[in-house]
Design a protein around this ligand. Sequence first.
Ligand SMILES: [Zn+2]
Length: 470
Amino acid sequence: MRHALALGLALLSTSAIAAEPADQWQAKARTIYQHAIETPTVQGRGKVPELARYLADQYKAAGWAEADIHVLPYDGDPGDHTAALIVRWPAAKPSGKKPILLMAHMDVVEAKAEDWSPGLDPFKFQEKDGYFYGRGTSDIKEGVSAVTTALLKLRASGFQPTRDIIVFFTGDEETSGNGARLGATEWRKWTEAEFGLNSDGGGGGVTPDGRPLGFTLQTAEKTYAMYTLTVRNKGGHSSKPRPDNAIYQLAHAIEKLEGYRFTPMLNETTRAYFTVRAKGDKGALGDAMRAWLANPNDGKAADYIEASATEVGLTRTRCVATRLEGGHADNALPQLARATVNCRIMPGTEPAAIRAEIERLVGDPGVKVEQTGNPAMSLASPLRPDVVAAYTAAVHKRHPDAPIIPEMSTGASDARPFRVAGMPVYGVDGSWGVIPDDERAHGRDERLPVKAFYEDIDHWVDMLTMLAGK
Ligand SMILES: [Zn+2]
């Protein structure tokens, strides 16, 4: 997934300026980007291994040793063979510091040409009116290409890393996420690092007239968990209704869930996020943020924030009914009624605790509350001063006025299994888009400003120079 910055609601129009490749590195990045976009790495098409080998060849040609490059085939969803790419750049001047892991994913969400605007094809790379168009231009073949080119450029410039730099690109982030899970467990001998820097997170937003809204630094994401509420009943003939009825009983439980609000929670990331947001909002929403920050027990303030369209999901765990099934005949009392509930749980909260809370809330032993699957609790990564400083400096070099906004994402990415396994990960990409018109990840006419793409190469060069140089 790719979460673009959702701050401010600016009017639509584009002021991005076209930019020709200014040097061999921009030209190289563009070539890699085009090749990546035109390799349709959609689930089920089996194209990820091909892209992984192409990228491996780029590193090989630039001087990386065969032994440091691994294309690892694995299974994504059943029957879908995909691959991960792991490339190690061993420290030239070892400082004793543990490696840095650079992350992205090579797969993309499906797209159909007939759904896109005339003249655009999701798997045909196009530059038009200051934008690069194609599936994956913003999620996240841009990151794959910028990170790769940054490393090629650093190596060619004679840069001597003081710690190992490891590239880890997965092939099924958008679907089953097995690559990230393997990366955080079985493949740990190749991926072990002090922390990860994920290009599939962070990034910035600007208004149509070019005013920076801010760049996010993603440190946390909520846990995705599923629950079912099930009522069983002996049923009977519908001509003889009884007070006990599976559908009514379930409906009463769901009604309780609808009105329920979990206890608001602030963590290091959301506290930093709301501090920046409050500064930029002089209105009622800003007042609520200031009140909540001053008193985290001010539930009314948190409720006000939660109810706003821009902040929903950021103040607490949220659960919502997403599916419903019940009954087996038009003329029979239902024997079964079941609702599926999707929860997005705050980092640090166990999914089992949310199940217990829903059970208490429903307060009916006839409604069975069960967790499906086995989601791991997510953990927030601490705001490391070295990462925050490197990201801030790299962003401010190109966008001096942009606020840096720590972010907890309400969705999930490849970062989660690493955070759960104890390795902090930071979403720190340097690309940006015009808000809201360029927020098209997973959607039609996906695009990225040409300028944002080329800037991102040097953003990664600058961050790696700071974190893995000297
Ligand atoms: Zn993504």
